[in-house]
Structures are given as C-alpha cells and as structure tokens.
Design a binder for this molecule. Structure first.
Ligand code: CAA
Length: 384
C-alpha cells in the first residue's frame, strides 16, 4: 500500500485490514473472477471465506460480533474487493445493506437474537424493496403483509431485481401493511427457509453474471410479529435510510472498478508500441488515463466525505447520492475509455476491460438509478 492510501486510513489496525483485504483478494478473488463470470457461477464459498475473515460485518458493533469499523474504513475495504471482482464487492455491500434495518431499528431482543449470526460470516443477506412495477417509485410497492388474529403476518407478492435472491439466508423485506404511499409500509426480517418464500430462476444479465439476481416470491409466507422491524408504517423511512448507506457501498464499488480499468489500461499503454513509442506517451492515450486516475481520486474523496459525515452522526443523504452518482458515471466513462485504449484487443474477451464496461452500466442503475440520485440531491437543495 502506498503512503497516500495509508494516510486515508485512520488507524494502524485499519491499515492492516486493508492489506489483509488486498492479500485475500489476490488469493481468493483474482484466480476465480474470469471463469466464474463467464460461467455465471455464484461464488458462495468466497463469501464464506470473507465472512470468516470478518469482512461481512465490518461496520457493525463489536458487541454483536461485528468489526466495529467506521464507515470510511469499511468502504475502502469494499473498494478493494470490487477492484478485484465487482460482483463480490457488490455482494458485500448488499449484505451490509440487508443487515441495516435490524441493526439500526431492531429492538434489543431482536438484535440479540439475530444480528450476531447475520454478521457472523456464515450467512448472507438480501434486501427486498423493488418490484417489477415499482422500482424508482418504491413508495407505491404492492407486496402485502396482512396480520392474522395471532399476530402472524402473511406476505403475498413478488420482489424483483433482488441481489442474492435464492442464495441468501435471510431477507429484509419491505411490504405494505396499511394504506397507499410511504406511510403504509413496514419492514420485516424473513428467514430464507420460511415456507411460501421462493426465488425464480436468476435473471440473465449483461454483466455481474456471478452475482445472482432473481425475483423473490412471497406466497402466503408467514412471518411472526417478532420479526417485524420497527412499527407498522415506519418501513419506508427504514428502507430509505438503509439505502443512504448502501449507496455509499455502490460508490466504493464504482471506484474499485474504475481502478481496475485504469490499471489494465495503463499496463497495456506502457507496453504497446505505436509510432515508435509506448502509446501512453501519446497525449491522446495519456490524457484518457489521466482522466481515469482523476476520477479514482475524486470518487474516493466523494465517498469518504459522505462516510465521515455518517461516522460523525451528521446527515449525509445528499453527499451519499452525489457520491453514488459521480462514482458510477465515472466508472462508466472510465471503462469505455479503457476499451478504447486497448483498441481491438479491448473489444475481445482476452482482456477484462470489455467485462468492466458491461459491469459499470449496472452501477448507474442499482440502488436507485442516477436519475433518482439527482432527484434526492435536488430535493435536498429545495429543503436546505
Ligand atoms: N431516510 C429516511 N426517511 C426518508 C428518506 C431517507 N433517505 N427518504 C425519504 N424519507 C421519508 C420522507 O421523509 C417522507 O416521510 P415524511 O412524509 O414523514 O417526511 C417519506 O419517506 C416519503 O418520502 P418522499 O416523499 O421523498 O418519497 P417519494 O415517493 O417521493 O420517493 C425516492 C423518494 C427518493 C424517489 C425514493 O422512492 C427512492 O429512493 N427510490 C429509488 C428506490 C431504490 O433506490 N431502489 C433500489 C433498491 S435496492 C436494489 O437496487 C437491489 C438490490 O438487490 C440491492
């Protein structure tokens, strides 16, 4: 790790954590990524390895078995993972998002019962908000949770675009218990083994094929009231609050992907000779790389500013949306440019940059499209 990177980590412990993450990524992620992505194979064993290394509960309190790390450290770990394998970085981020509702809105008994195993490393989570007809307009979701006389909720409906759908061990589910709009929504924590909870076959995606995305069906799935998180009607605010943090994970992933593109393009441009000199010495190429390197620095700074606000308990919604917007657009442009630097080779599957380009597109869509991020930022401007 170079001195500039080291200086961005607040403690010696966090510096060691990043070194350990980089070593783990070299050993466990790098050898698998091309093959698994080509085959669309979900790397469950990799998440288990990361979990046993403590990387699936980093920002959660130590008293529940978490890493007790500030968000600024956790996000740099996610960036490092995503640099080697975006699907794994996104998987860690989505798992962390899935634990947010219970960790921040669960009562003491709920946290004591479920949080240690959720962040303990063996389990993987999924976050069920989106539906086929309600993606951006999440407040109009239609999955219903109806409480019976015994207090047990029966869930009916289908969630869409669920990362880890069918692979997860637990699902944070946002469903309607009341009337229309945001106020009628409630959060639940469902065990994957709940009868009536099932997943459709995975979507066939443009990229991140190793990250399973599937619809999740709730067909009379019975969830006891003790698994309701927060009061009835609080679910939308809980879901949005979780996404403020989750979007920072996506921003960190985007910086990791931008780094991967920059490193691949730089290595190629140093070796490739045209017109008698390495193409990196031609300004047309060198400037593309310079812009990519700038996006890495600016993107990391953007997510770190938001993370530090969060760590200080200061509102960070606008900064999180801005970081997600900037970093994912930066990853898109940088991966397109990386393909350009490699020219004909970049367009083949012999080099990873064509995959990076396909993967970057997802970052502009997931956890709120970049149009929605602009809406969040514009709303903050009207209220500030
Ligand atoms: N934190 C806490 N509360 C919030 C909030 C936040 N970030 N954002 C909104 N709320 C509250 C508001 O304060 C409001 O409550 P009050 O009336 O009491 O003030 C209530 O929620 C409704 O807010 P809005 O009027 O702003 O709601 P809206 O219908 O206009 O929607 C939106 C706002 C920003 C567009 C929101 O719907 C949104 O973010 N949509 C995108 C959803 C999204 O990101 N989906 C991705 C899902 S995850 C995924 O991609 C897959 C995966 O596997 C991870």
């Amino acid at each position: 790790m170079d001195a500039a990177r080291r200086a961005l980590l607040p403690t010696e412990e966090s510096q060691e954590l990043l070194v350990l993450t980089a070593e783990l990524a070299e050993k466990e992620l790098a050898p698998r990524v091309s093959e698994y992505e080509a085959a669309g194979h979900f790397p469950r064993e990799v998440f288990r390895t990361l979990g046993h290394a403590g990387l699936l509960g980093l920002p959660y309190p130590e008293q529940y078995g978490g890493g007790g790390q500030p968000y600024e450290v956790y996000l740099q770990v996610v960036e490092e993972l995503a640099r080697h394998w975006l699907a794994v970085g996104v998987g860690v981020s989505v798992h962390t998002l899935s634990c947010h509702a219970l960790a921040h809105y669960g009562d003491q008994d709920q946290k004591d019962r479920w949080l240690p195993e959720m962040i303990g490393g063996d389990l993987l989570g999924a976050y069920c908000l989106s539906e086929a007809a309600h993606g951006s307009d999440a407040a109009n979701l239609t999955t219903r949770a109806v409480a019976g006389p015994d207090g047990i909720y029966s869930l009916e409906g289908t969630k869409a675009w669920i990362t880890h759908g069918g692979e997860a061990d637990f699902y944070t589910v946002i469903a309607r218990t009341g009337g229309p709009g945001a106020k009628g929504i409630t959060a639940f924590l469902a065990d994957a083994a709940t009868p009536g909870l099932s997943a459709a076959p995975p979507e066939r995606k443009m990229g991140l094929r190793a990250s399973t995305t599937a619809q999740v069906h709730f067909d009379g799935a019975l969830i006891p009231a003790e698994r309701r998180i927060g009061a009835e009607g609080e679910g939308f605010a809980i879901a949005m609050d979780a996404l403020d943090s989750g979007r920072l994970g996506i921003a960190a992933c985007a910086v990791g992907l931008t780094r991967a593109a920059l490193e691949a393009a730089t290595a190629y441009a140093r070796d490739r000779i045209q017109f008698g000199k390495p193409i990196i010495e031609h300004d047309g190429v060198g400037f593309l790389l310079a812009d990519m390197a700038t996006r890495v620095e600016v993107g990391r700074a953007a997510y770190l500013v938001a993370a530090r606000l969060r760590d200080e308990g200061v509102p960070f919604r606008k900064q999180a949306a801005a970081a997600k917007l900037y970093c994912s657009d930066a990853a898109m442009q940088s991966t397109i440019d990386a393909v350009q630097v490699l020219g004909g080779y970049g367009y083949t599957t012999d080099f990873p940059v064509e995959r990076y380009m396909r993967e970057a597109k997802m970052l502009q869509i997931v956890e709120g499209t970049n149009q929605i991020q602009r809406r969040v930022i514009a709303r903050a401007l009207t209220r500030d």
